[in-house]
Write a protein that binds this ligand. Structure first.
Ligand code: NAP
Ligand code: ZN
Ligand code: ZN
Length: 351
């Protein structure tokens, strides 16, 4: 007896999201069933719903920034009980025995992790071949992939941490950002605003690198020590060879050379936004200052819990605009235009 769930789905790359009823599996012994309270809108939801990355199958239910309450647990669940406030991010399954899985780096599972939406559902138990995400009233997830939400944080403003938070926290930690480091966050959107907050909380000197002059004041309020306008060639030249680390959240392919030139000797730029080809990557910036360009994908489950606990300790949440489910299509258009400060969150009570 699977459970009927209400949500919103896209049925093609060009159609809007519309109400959609589907099924979730009956809870297995290690499953947690969650009544979804809030779900953030990540730019990846939009890329996927519109098939901009070419791998979407329809019907497609987005949503991987989920916060909710536990309403049922399987017989073998030990970490959670009914009533707990929990989160689900981008991952709901992985092989659990490859080297990355054993290290808690499930996002790099050698046998392919299962994303919260749009991936083959290897657990099954429903007629759907693909996982269906958090723009819905409930979700059923294995205990291992469920996170605990600190009770002191606002649940709505916490939801986007499950993707935007971990995607920025993980590379900042991995490349040891902290006191004495000059760090640039490129792009002030959902990811960028959390990158600024985390880098500031970690004690780095933070520079917001933006195409939008009007965002400068906000960037400072979020914790930036300086603002650098990437469209100002003189300012970019003056800042050359001065950064230890850059976190690049630009959501489309772009010319990376001007950003690489900002790095000092042995500096690293981590790309988390663009999946499309990066244009004009010349060898010169790499060779002349032993610079590195790298990438980073979300974060594993243990580090996601560490990030949430860090947010609890430092009282960090996302700056959000809460919307009703019916307004999701308008929110997509506004996100693409950069017209959101800085993350839309759907209030599922409106479904
Ligand atoms: P977003 O809210 O739309 O923010 C992106 C920001 O990038 C914009 O606000 C803008 O900031 C800047 N920007 C946009 N177009 C640009 C262009 N052509 N050139 C230079 N700057 C540009 O997006 P998001 O939700 O933060 O997501 C960012 C990207 O990360 C998306 O592609 C998303 O799919 C991806 N993502 C990756 C991971 C991962 O694990 N690697 C996880 C989540 C999301 P300014 O106005 O300040 O310039
Ligand atoms: Zn995301
Ligand atoms: Zn694995």
């Amino acid at each position: 007896m699977t459970k009927h769930v209400h949500g919103y789905a896209a049925h093609s790359a060009t159609s809007e999201l519309v109400p959609f009823t589907f099924e979730r599996r009956d809870p297995n012994p290690t499953d947690v069933v969650i009544d979804i309270l809030y779900c953030g809108i990540c730019h990846s939801d939009i890329h996927s719903a519109r098939n901009e990355w070419g791998w979407t199958q329809y019907p497609f239910v987005p949503g991987h920034e989920i916060v909710g309450r536990v309403i049922a647990v399987g017989t073998q669940v030990v970490k959670y009980k009914v009533g707990d406030l929990v989160g689900v991010g981008c991952l709901v399954d992985s092989c659990r025995h490859c080297h990355p899985c054993e290290e808690g780096l499930e996002q790099y599972c050698e046998n392919g992790f299962t994303g919260t939406y749009g991936n083959e559902d290897k657990i099954g138990g429903t007629p759907h071949k693909m996982t269906l995400g958090g723009y819905s009233d409930t979700i059923t997830v294995e205990e291992r992939f469920v996170l605990r939400i600190p009770s002191t944080l606002d649940p709505a403003a916490t939801a986007p941490l499950l993707c935007t938070g971990i995607t920025t926290y993980s590379p900042l930690k991995h490349w040891k950002v902290g006191p004495g480091k000059k760090v640039g966050i490129i792009g002030l959107g959902g990811l960028g605003h959390m990158g600024v907050k985390f880098a500031h909380a970690m004690g780095a000197h933070v520079v917001m690198i933006t195409t939008s002059p009007e965002k400068g004041e906000d960037a400072r309020k979020l914790g930036a020590d300086e603002v650098l306008l990437s469209k100002d060639p003189q300012a970019m030249k003056a800042a050359q060879s001065s950064f230890d680390f850059l976190l690049n959240t630009i959501p489309v392919g772009h010319d990376v050379d001007p950003y690489m030139e900002l790095l000092t000797l042995d500096g690293t730029m981590v790309v988390v936004g663009a999946v499309e080809p990066l244009t004009k990557v010349s060898g010169i910036p790499f060779i002349f200052r032993r610079r590195t360009m790298a990438g980073s994908l979300i974060g594993g489950i243990p580090e996601t819990q560490e990030m949430l606990d860090f947010c609890g300790e430092h009282n960090i949440t996302c700056d959000i605009e809460t919307i009703a489910m019916k307004d999701v299509n308008q929110a997509y258009d506004r996100t693409v235009k950069g017209d959101v400060k800085y993350r839309f969150v759907i209030d599922m009570a409106s479904l």
